[in-house]
Design a protein around this ligand. Structure first.
Ligand code: PEP
Ligand code: MG
Length: 537
């Protein structure tokens, strides 16, 4: 999947690329006094526009969203900001737009360098205001940016709240963003508005043109460009079905995930960060079967510090009030690039230097994450799981790092949890084949069918040309899954499944027969899976 789903659903519409701001550069004014007066008028116009958006947000979405624009007004009125622009005009003779650009760019850079994901995302608010001011100054180039007819899907490097609210009611149906920003206001707005949205899609969006019609499937994380009439009809039916299902499924909140014959499993969810907590609670997740922690490392300029990670992990543990969270240590590489880690170009990145292979070579990065998890674990119930394990030796080495961290923490008298089981993802065939050996060492297993299928069948999980060959119900894949579940149970080990196959009812039926303890699915699939389980005899 290229990118991260921040709001699930299906959207059908035309792509409206949001124009990126052109750089102004340094221009000078011959009349600084007059330029300052013009700057003041500019501020008034911007304040007027923002007040209108604030009122609209309050009427159409809610108070919390309206506050985004109150924050914009406060930034605009901030004396430090106003004085900085004024002095750039008066002392350096900068033209108004150059002065605005200079001051805003400095502030944006400052926010982007802060080691806190929330504050980092606030840079987007400042970019939003900068764009507004410069557009007004340029007598709104935006007027040329005609809104396409019909439902639109906004697409951009970064979408700002103003972009979303600038679209007439009911016309905005989806959003696609190149950069990250799970805690950005755009993601928050998408969730409040219930608009299917994906962020962090990167260069995959370059293939999408302004005005193209697409189906955005923010359930599987894909999009179809210029779909046929039949495809659109199919997805419209899916949309109707989704709506009906959503209503009907609410009755399963609070019920146990138990078959008619009394066999109970846990239905947990896969998450990428604390922003998924709301969906976890709404859908009554029984735990987190896979926290893809690598997302915390993505779309930034340096690795998150221990303290920042600790706060994020703690938030999730506390938010789930004692339910188990399985932290998968960072699974970087393959399709999940992190530029600052400098992992280099590879001919076969999915088979390359990635995930645990990278972590074992970079103990500092790895141990920082482990420290943060072990410390946060006192605030709830945590397990640690290593990705891409191919041999027992790798697990033993990874465990030795955890042991080192434990003893460092103990020596430094830092509080940490002594009760954090260690397990592996079974996503490489060798781990499935050697499950009996692994059972001597690990506390638990979780089957990652997304990769297990790709590696067992030698089918690139991302290549649409061979998508029909990618089949987790292939007898060879099923044989490995059966082997892992039944062997784990025979050896008295806990076993779950966190790959996408866990949401497939055909798979659930088999897993229950074999004795699985847990399935972990996207939050939006929990209640549907529970309904299925409760109807099984
Ligand atoms: C998997 O491989 O099945 C899995 C759950 O992990 P990811 O999709 O993040 O590779
Ligand atoms: Mg995987």
């Amino acid at each position: 999947m290229a990118g991260k789903i921040v709001q699930e659903g299906i959207a059908i519409g035309r792509l409206q690329w949001v124009k990126t701001q052109e750089t102004i550069g340094i221009k000078h004014t011959g009349d600084p006094e007059r330029a300052v007066a013009s700057f003041e008028t500019l501020l008034e116009t911007a304040a007027f526009e923002i007040a209108a958006l604030e009122a609209k947000a309050r009427d159409t979405i809610g108070e919390e969203e309206a506050q985004i624009f109150q924050a914009h007004q406060m930034i605009l009125q901030d004396p430090v900001f106003i004085d900085s622009v004024r002095s750039a005009i008066l002392e350096e003779c900068f033209a108004v737009d150059s002065a605005v650009e200079k001051v805003f760019d400095e502030t944006i850079a400052m926010f982007e360098n802060i080691d806190d994901p929330y504050l980092k995302q606030r840079a987007l608010d400042i970019k939003d205001i900068k764009r507004r001011l410069l557009n007004i100054w340029a007598k709104s180039d935006d007027e040329e940016e005609v809104l396409l007819a019909g439902p639109v899907i906004l697409i951009a490097d970064e979408i700002t709240p103003s972009d979303t609210l600038g679209i007439p009611d009911g016309r905005l149906v989806g959003m696609l963003m190149k950069t990250g920003g799970e805690t950005s206001h755009t993601a928050i707005l998408a969730q409040s508005l219930g608009i299917p949205a994906m962020v962090g899609c990167g260069n995959a969006l370059d293939a999408l043109g302004h005005g193209d019609e697409i189906v955005l499937d923010a359930l599987s994380g894909q999009w179809l460009i210029n779909p046929s009439h039949d495809t659109i009809t199919l997805y419209r039916e899916k949309q109707d079905l989704l709506q009906k299902e959503k209503e009907e499924l609410k009755q399963y909140v609070g019920l146990p995930s138990m078959t008619r014959s009394g066999q109970k499993i846990e239905i947990a969810a896969n998450i990428a960060g604390p922003e998924d907590l709301k969906a976890l609670l709404e859908n009554d997740a029984e735990g987190v079967g896979l926290f893809r922690t690598e997302f915390i490392y993505m779309n930034r300029t340096e690795a998150p510090a221990e303290e920042e990670q600790y706060e994020i992990y703690k938030q999730v543990l506390e938010g789930m009030s004692g339910k188990t969270i399985i932290f998968r240590t960072m699974d970087i590489g393959g399709d999940k690039e992190v530029a600052y880690l400098d992992m280099g170009e590879e001919a076969n990145p999915f088979l390359g230097y990635r995930a645990i292979r990278y972590c074992l070579e970079e103990p500092e990065i790895f141990k920082t994450q482990i420290r943060a998890i072990l410390r946060a674990a006192v605030h709830g119930k945590a397990k640690i799981m290593f990705p891409m394990i191919a041999s027992v030796e790798e697990f033993v080495k990874a465990k030795s790092f955890v042991d080192e961290v434990r003893s460092d923490l103990a020596k430094a008298q830092i509080v940490y949890s002594h009760d954090v089981p260690l397990g592996i993802m079974v996503e490489i065939p060798s781990a499935a084949i050697l499950v009996e050996d692994f059972a001597e060492h690990v506390d638990f297993f979780s089957i990652g069918t997304n990769d297990l299928t790709q590696y067992t069948l030698a089918v690139d999980r991302q290549n649409s040309k061979i998508a029909s060959l990618y089949d987790y119900m292939h007898p060879a894949v099923l044989a490995l899954i059966e082997r892992v579940v039944t062997t784990a149970k025979r050896k008295g080990k806990w076993v779950g499944m966190c790959g996408n196959a866990a949401a497939d009812t055909r798979m659930i039926e088999k897993l229950i027969l074999w004795g699985i303890d847990e399935i972990s699915v996207a939050p939006g699939r929990i209640l549907k899976s529970r309904k299925f389980v409760r109807n099984l005899s």
